[in-house]
Design a protein around this ligand. Structure first.
Ligand SMILES: Cc1cc2nc3c(=O)[nH]c(=O)nc-3n(C[C@H](O)[C@H](O)[C@H](O)COP(=O)(O)OP(=O)(O)OC[C@H]3O[C@@H](n4cnc5c(N)ncnc54)[C@H](O)[C@@H]3O)c2cc1C
Length: 476
């Protein structure tokens, strides 16, 4: 007989597992179905984020940053290192250990919150407003009845037309996080967040990295000033080689490497030969095999599950969150949607403020922003004032040897309400939290300018940028 739950979540990534935990906290009987498998066929909760995304990429970014500091930065501090070497095997082992810790942590949280976990593939069989029947195909088959269903099936890497990922020479994110030795020449197709982060890891470890990007502009979603600064830093001598506006014609795989034929922005034929190629040209939502067509769940023309602003899908008592629905493919966006949906099911007023979702790139320097860019404000005809302050005038940044970049604050010209905050610099990923709080609370730039910030700290750059909106920075 089918087991009945108040909520069944399909997918155990950040969108799904957080939805399951919140629903359980609110007193519901909850099940979560997830099909992720380790090479040993064991479950590994946490989805893309934990297994082959946010967590392992940040582990390798840190290891490679340590290596780069030791090789290039320590001497300036008077720290001499002899016999510096990279042990990629150890780096990968450490990364895998962190991933496993996270997998086990989520399993522990499920037990603590009494979320029933089913390891297998979930699909809709039939149902109506009273409940949805969900089949779980795993090592054993089960049928669950869901009073409410939450789809959080995430996304998968998009392949270039005519090529497949073998994860030996042509790599998706999973392969790019497990290269067994440092490739001499690494090609990357796609200069988005994933391409830049993963390209940076291997560049720091010694690869010559060449990135091909189809779009004519760099980091189109970022504020123009940030994108320009990032371009200047990332493409200087010895860093990443990035070509914009290219058109990849074909990819050929040989025994020892990959060659990419492409047209440059000027229309000239060119070729890139590399030992391995990372393809990071976006991700596609996972809806195949979900049984959406069997129950008539609407999928839009681009493959995303159709939802309203509260993540309600086209059928009663079905919700969808995370990468499988519209909006930025960010773990914390999925988590917040998971919380919202659980609270709505429980009869509360869950909501997500899509205008206050931070974006972060863990490059060096880091890039982070929240709210509107200057070009968006111009396009929308909103009058604003802008304040900008460099890390170069900040004592802590100088002490850390990380004095590049700046923070820029955009505030409404009439009310001074903060509309956007854009940072490129040391620990921008952490600094942006203050800006998110400010935007959520409708703060003005003067509010930040009048708040006491610890000295010496990087957060003083945020305060000085706020003061700069009123043209009264104190240290610059
Ligand atoms: C290299 C890389 C780095 C990233 N770094 C960051 C970062 O730093 N910060 C950030 O915010 N985001 C980052 N992201 C994006 C982030 O990983 C995703 O936005 C996030 O994982 C989406 O969460 P989700 O729960 O929607 O889906 P996922 O994490 O993809 O999880 C979906 C889960 O559902 C399972 N599943 C799918 N279909 C079924 C089914 N029918 N039945 C059962 N289970 C199913 C999948 O196997 C998976 O386990 C990164 C992504 C990549 C690839």
């Amino acid at each position: 007989m089918a087991k009945t739950f108040d909520a069944v979540v399909i997918g155990g990534g950040p969108g799904g597992y957080i939805a399951a935990i919140r629903a359980a906290q609110l007193g519901m009987q909850v099940a979560c179905v997830d099909d992720w498998k380790t090479p040993a066929e064991k479950p590994a909760l946490g989805g893309t984020c934990t297994n082959v995304g946010c967590i392992p990429s940040k582990a390798l970014l840190q290891s490679s940053e340590n290596y780069e500091h030791a090789g290039h930065g320590f001497a300036e501090h008077g720290v001499q290192i002899k016999g510096l070497a990279v042990d990629v095997g150890q780096m990968l082992k450490r990364k895998d250990k962190i991933v496993k810790q996270n997998n086990e942590g989520i399993l522990y949280l499920f037990k603590k919150n009494k979320v029933a976990f089913y390891h297998g593939h979930g699909s809709f069989v039939r149902g109506d407003a009273n409940g949805w029947e969900i089949k779980v195909a795993g090592s054993i088959e089960e049928t669950l009845t869901a009073r409410h269903a939450i789809v959080a099936t995430g996304s998968s890497p998009r392949a270039l037309p005519g090529t497949t990922f073998d994860n030996k020479l042509i790599l998706d994110n999973e392969g790019a996080l497990a290269i067994p030795e440092v490739p001499k020449r690494l090609g990357v197709v796609g200069a988005g967040v994933i391409g830049l982060e993963l390209g940076s890891v291997w560049r720091r470890l010694g690869s010559k990295v060449h990135i091909l990007e189809a779009l004519p502009g760099f980091l189109g979603a970022a504020d123009d000033a940030i994108a320009q600064e990032a371009w200047k830093i990332f493409t200087r001598e010895g860093e990443l080689e990035i070509e914009l506006g290219v058109n990849v014609a074909s990819i050929a795989q040989g025994k020892a490497g990959v060659s990419v034929d492409y047209k440059t922005a000027e229309g000239k034929a060119a070729a890139l030969a590399c030992d391995r190629l990372i393809v990071s040209i976006g991700r596609v939502p996972n809806t195949e095999g979900l049984g959406a067509d069997r129950i008539g769940l609407k999928i839009d023309a681009t493959g995303f599950i159709e939802v309203d602003k509260n993540c309600r899908a086209s059928l009663p008592r079905i919700y969808a969150v995370g990468d499988v629905v519209r909006g930025p493919m960010l773990a914390h966006k999925g988590e917040d949607e998971g919380v919202m949906v659980a609270e709505i099911i429980a009869g509360q007023h869950g909501h997500v403020n899509y205008d206050a979702i931070p974006w972060v790139m863990y490059t060096m320097p880091e890039i982070a922003w929240v709210g509107k860019t200057e070009q968006q404000l111009k396009a929308e005809g909103i009058a604003y004032r802008s304040g900008r302050f460099p890390f170069a005038y900040n004592g802590r940044a100088l002490g850390r040897d990380e004095a590049e970049g700046f923070i820029k604050i955009l505030a409404d010209a009439a009310t001074d309400r903060i509309l956007g905050v854009h940072a490129i610099g040391s620990l921008a990923s952490e600094l942006i939290a203050e800006a998110v709080v400010a935007i959520e609370f409708g703060a003005s730039s003067e509010d930040i300018a009048r708040i006491c910030h610890a000295h010496p700290s990087l957060s003083e750059v945020m305060r000085e940028a706020a003061l700069a909106v009123d043209k009264r920075s104190l240290n610059g």
